[in-house]
Ligand binder design. Structure first.
Ligand SMILES: [Zn+2]
Length: 147
């Protein structure tokens, strides 16, 4: 009795969207060096072996704090590498921005969101499995925590 629980791993995902511009400046010379915008898709995946008292991994509503953080911090910003000279103009003109330690690629934006998601959701029972960030329907990056 109860031993089957050990053999199942549950996983759920929720998708959020936000609008933001970015450009790639660091060691890059392709067309994404031009400031341009995306309707970004963020997929958060949570996994774990045990359900809660309501037989859920996590209530989908309880993932909303990540959406709120995305809205406050990333939505309708220009996302720029902290050493991009364009950042000074965006700041001066009082536009919303998010400055990144690495080039604001999908990979790095996923990494930034992963850190926040782990802070919000990781506990003894559930963990963030990955964050996927998609710039378009056809291109995206996933990051997985390694522990
Ligand atoms: Zn882009």
């Amino acid at each position: 009795m109860g031993s089957n629980e050990e053999k199942i791993r549950y996983e759920l995902t929720r998708e959020f969207r936000f609008e933001a511009a970015h450009r790639l400046y660091k060691n890059y010379s392709g067309k994404c060096g031009n400031n341009h915008g995306h309707s970004w898709h963020v997929i958060v995946a949570i996994h774990g072996f045990k359900l809660d008292d309501s037989d859920m991994l996590i209530d989908f509503n309880d993932l909303k704090p990540l959406k709120r953080w995305i809205n406050e911090v990333l939505d309708h910003t220009t996302i720029l590498w902290e050493n991009d000279p364009m950042l000074a103009y965006i700041k001066e003109s009082k536009q919303r921005y998010f400055a990144t330690k690495k080039s604001p690629t999908s990979e790095h934006i996923a990494e930034v969101i992963l850190a926040k998601a782990m802070e919000l959701f990781n506990n003894d029972r559930i963990k963030v499995k990955y964050i996927e960030v998609k710039e378009s329907c056809t291109s995206g990056a996933k990051v997985f925590p390694i522990n």
